[in-house]
Design a protein around this ligand. Structure first.
Ligand SMILES: [Zn+2]
Length: 446
């Protein structure tokens, strides 16, 4: 079994394009690490309003002077050619060439990642410092790319639970020769699944999807519509190896129990993690799950500076979408912390239920063996009474944690004492225990 960092070292440099041999090679390698089903969707298959794209292969691509001096060559870096560039071969004026060259907006030494999956154009990418030296009138361009029928592949790892209801994890694998975005999310998800598979059977079923961004999610969802009603929540994973703090982005339904449980769970493990609303931290496959007709509350976990510290969500870390996103900017320690955070959040989601009181009035705590001494544990004492007050069959443990601004784990600790002493029970559905008021009495006046 390879560590997360070993998998990154092995797979990062592959040109993992949407539908391509090197994407497949990476996916099959990951399937050696954990039981994985690989779904295949053929080129041209309609997927809701989308169509599965062609397989794309770049056989060679370079730019040279008319006397044969190579300026850039894709053999030296997969990012030198625009992903899904049309083929092109010919001599062009410098002016025309410049229209098809892409450079990094900030760093003159980095090659940018540019993709034109659907715009259909040819293009090359290079460091700005190299472009700025181009002073000849004409250049030779060779882009030998092939578009042909293939199959888009989505890997699915399943941890069966007691319930058919599932929690979806997702990460994309389609960023050629880059690490933090996106391979880091893939290996963290994979390692979390390895740990879940090795542990006791969870309540929910967990499904982890490894896919090409956007189209992979749409293809999978459109071909598994019957599963959508069973999806109780989800978490997208990306950018988990760099040094920024953990950031959790809420779903389109921030009041969902998935949102509440994950936020309250993360608070217990990483109290200083940043939590932000939907579409304010990152934009990825969670959009397809949150979208109309699907509406699965999918959150997203990444390592991103708080928005006030970054220029824009379109540049979440300096090396983003460039040749500088290499194994050097990620570490096994950060990946492990990320995986731990994922597991803690999933544990909270898995345990989250309504708490139904079997007591009336305030429990005689010392008489029932649940007393917490305020001299030795003032916080525990306060939690005990504030949590007790909220055990009424209409709140989940995550609801109680968020109401009180404490962690899921703190609520769990107290509630499990109540359940042990038969003072409360768990329920998957609300069972409010507030007594009905006599008819005609205006509740608002009570
Ligand atoms: Zn990206």
């Amino acid at each position: 079994m390879s560590s997360m960092m070993e998998l990154i070292q092995e797979l990062w440099y592959l040109a993992r394009e949407l539908v391509s041999d090197e994407y497949d090679q990476a996916l099959y390698r990951l399937a050696d690490e954990v039981p994985m089903t690989i779904h295949e969707y053929p080129t041209g298959m309609p997927a809701w309003t989308w169509t599965v794209p062609e397989k794309w292969t770049c056989r060679q691509a370079y730019l040279e002077t008319l006397d044969g001096r190579r300026i850039i060559d894709r053999n030296e870096h997969p990012l030198h050619v625009v992903s899904y560039s049309l083929p092109f071969e010919g001599v062009v004026s410098r002016e025309e060439l410049l229209d098809h060259l892409h450079v990094h907006p900030d760093n003159p030494d980095w090659i940018p990642f540019v993709f034109k999956y659907y715009q259909r154009d040819w293009g090359l990418c290079l460091p700005g410092s190299v472009r700025d030296l181009l002073d000849e009138d004409r250049y030779r361009v060779v882009i030998d790319t092939v578009f042909e029928p293939g199959t888009l592949k989505v890997g699915e790892v399943i941890v069966p639970g007691e319930l058919e209801e599932s929690f979806m994890l997702a990460a994309h694998l389609c960023h050629p020769a880059m690490v933090n975005d996106d391979l880091s999310g893939v290996v963290v998800g994979l390692d979390a699944m390895r740990q879940l598979l090795a542990g006791p059977k969870p309540r929910y079923t967990y499904r982890f999807l490894v896919l090409p961004e956007t189209i992979g999610s749409v293809a999978y969802l459109s071909q598994n519509e019957d599963l959508i009603p069973t999806m109780a929540g989800g978490l997208f994973l990306e950018m988990l190896g760099n040094d920024s703090g953990l950031a959790l982005q809420q779903s389109f339904q921030p009041e969902s129990q998935a949102d509440r449980a994950l936020i309250a769970g993360l608070r217990g493990a990483v109290p200083d993690a940043y939590v932000g609303p939907y579409r304010t931290i990152i934009n990825n496959d969670e959009r397809q799950f949150n979208a109309p007709g699907v509406r699965v509350p999918m959150l997203s976990l990444s390592r991103v500076e708080r928005p006030e510290l970054t220029e824009s969500m379109y540049r979440p870390y300096p090396e983003y979408h460039s040749s500088a996103d290499t194994p050097e900017i990620v570490s096994q320690a950060r990946l492990e912390d990320g995986r731990q955070a994922v597991l803690v959040m999933l544990a909270a989601f898995d345990r989250n239920e309504y708490v139904v009181n079997r007591f009336k009035g305030e429990v005689f705590a010392s008489g029932h063996g649940i007393w917490i001494d305020y001299h030795t544990n003032p916080e525990g004492h306060r939690n005990l009474f504030q949590i007790m007050e909220r055990c009424d069959g209409s709140r989940t443990m995550a609801d109680i944690a968020l109401e009180l601004g404490i962690s899921f784990q703190a609520v769990w600790e107290i509630v499990s004492r109540f359940v042990e002493k038969d003072l409360a029970a768990f329920s998957r559905i609300p069972q409010p225990t507030d007594p009905p008021r006599r008819a005609g009495l205006n509740r608002n006046l009570i």
